[in-house]
Design a protein around this ligand. Structure first.
Ligand code: TYD
Ligand code: MG
Length: 455
């Protein structure tokens, strides 16, 4: 017998409640509950999973043959890197991002580039003709790529059985609809149910499935948090729409590091892989402007040089403004307090703006020293040497602290023709200086850095 009941779900984390509540008990967000009607025990077509593969059976762990870890080469170096070295068969991957950022473009491009695998691209958002137009724009021809405009999961399973694809891409999870429950497409209960069905498909057939999911900044469309624990890998596609750059970031990965980054550039014929990020992050540099410092940062395993720009000016109003793009505001406030307290710079009456070039968001602490250098340079109005880079963390007492992977940072700066790099004296000890052309300057305090730069 079918039963109907009304429940409330948190749009942020998917928590369920029998009544509306203002603040979610699970994730603490306010005003995120919405009402949904769900029908349980509905008689209808049951999804027949057992046709999809063998039935499961318990095996002693010692008897399981692990085999060599298999990875599917996605023919795309940046995506391979973010997936942890290629795609794992049978995995379920969620690609989240704001509407218009380029998720469909990326996945279609990947589907077209995989010439040796049969790919099924399922779209609930665009017609087959629209996708064909996009494919023409990307300009790759592939006979092995199939497009299906469908939203019902039972139809999708039927097509899966006849076509037998080797990779499935679903664009997007918010459009999928299962017969099992009656909620509308895009509601939390539908998203959960259809994602669980796609998960079963992936696990039973060993065919990897990509799910595209829309998210908006205010989380008004069901965020990927609802799905995070179901899927194997969560990848975020982000970037500033005003820059051409797009960043693919692993947020969770059962099969690899969750700190890898892939960089793309959107142009007229799709997304171009950016294999040497420093090149673009440094390209638009003006010589001899104050307030600019270059940092040797590391994202995942990859070192890259990035520009930090600061603008320090006298506050126009009583309360000085502090504004950041791509950096943590609290961290900036902390660094400014260190400069004020430990070195006596009077910054508390100044507006400070900080910008990380290229629309990248950085949380590597090694960028601290270049932030300080950029702020000091702007405050003194003295430009820094354009062949100078920085890689160190700054502590609360103004001490310059060691950072990880220092040799990778130094060699990246070296490779790009930088002539000098400031690092912590604690990092300096273990380094074989003769390997590098670049001059390595060990520093121990903010005051010493100031004296070396402007003294
Ligand atoms: P799209 O992949 O539709 O975004 P999403 O699926 O994340 O909503 O990307 C749309 C944007 O990409 C749109 O503004 C046009 C732009 N674009 C290009 O600049 N070049 C291209 O070759 C393509 C296909 C799209
Ligand atoms: Mg799309």
């Amino acid at each position: 017998m079918a039963k109907t009941k009304t429940v409330f779900f948190c749009r942020n984390c998917g928590n369920e409640s029998p009544k509306w509540i203002g603040k979610c008990n699970a994730c603490g967000e306010w005003n995120t509950y919405s009402e949904e009607t769900i029908v349980t025990g509905k008689a209808g077509k049951q999804v027949s999973y057992n046709k999809l593969g063998t039935k499961s059976k318990p095996i002693a762990i010692n008897d399981i043959v692990a085999g060599k870890e298999q990875r599917i080469d996605m023919q795309n170096a940046e995506l391979n890197r973010v997936l942890g070295g290629g795609l794992v068969p049978g995995s379920l991957i969620l690609i989240g991002g704001e509407p218009g950022i380029g998720k469909s473009t990326l996945m279609l491009q990947v589907a077209l580039a995989l010439k040796n695998l049969k790919v099924l691209y399922i779209s609930g958002e665009e017609s087959q003709q629209q996708i064909k137009m996009r494919a023409d724009r990307i300009g790759i021809h592939n006979e092995n790529c199939y497009i299906l405009a469908e939203t019902s999961t039972s139809e999708i399973f039927a097509h899966f059985e006849t076509l037998q694809p080797e990779i499935i891409i679903v664009d997007s999870i918010q459009t999928l609809q299962s017969d099992q429950i009656e909620a509308s497409a895009g509601s939390i209960s539908q998203i959960r149910e259809t994602a669980a069905e796609m998960m079963k498909l992936a696990k039973m057939t060993n065919v990897p499935v990509f799910l595209i999911g829309h998210i908006t900044k205010d989380g008004s469309i069901a965020g990927p948090k609802v799905l995070e624990h179901i899927v194997d890998t969560v990848i975020q596609f982000e970037g500033d729409r005003h820059y051409g750059f797009r960043i693919l970031r692993a947020v969770k990965n059962r099969f690899g590091s969750a700190s890898e980054l892939g960089i793309f550039e959107m142009n007229a014929s799709g997304l171009r892989e950016v294999n040497n990020p420093s090149e673009i992050l440094l390209s638009q540099r003006e010589e001899n402007v104050s307030g600019v410092a270059i940092s040797a940062m590391v994202e995942g395993l990859r070192p890259m040089l990035i520009e930090t720009q600061a603008l320090v000016s006298t506050a126009a109003y009583g309360t000085p403004q502090r504004s950041v793009t791509g950096f943590d505001l609290r961290r900036l406030n902390m660094l400014l307090a260190v400069l004020e307290k430990r070195s006596g710079f009077r910054l508390s009456a100044k507006d400070v703006f900080l910008n990380i070039a290229g629309g990248i968001r950085v949380d590597d602490p090694a960028i601290d020293l270049s932030v300080i250098a950029a702020v000091l340079s702007s405050s003194e109005d003295i430009p820094l040497d354009s062949k100078l880079a920085f890689a160190a963390e700054v502590g609360l007492s103004g001490e310059i602290r060691a950072v990880n992977r220092i040799e990778a940072r130094i060699s990246e700066a070296d490779k790009l023709g930088f002539e000098k790099i400031f690092i912590s004296k604690y990092n300096f000890r273990g380094i074989d200086v003769s390997k590098f052309h670049i001059e390595i300057v060990p520093v121990s305090s903010v005051n010493e850095v100031f004296a070396l730069l402007f003294g």
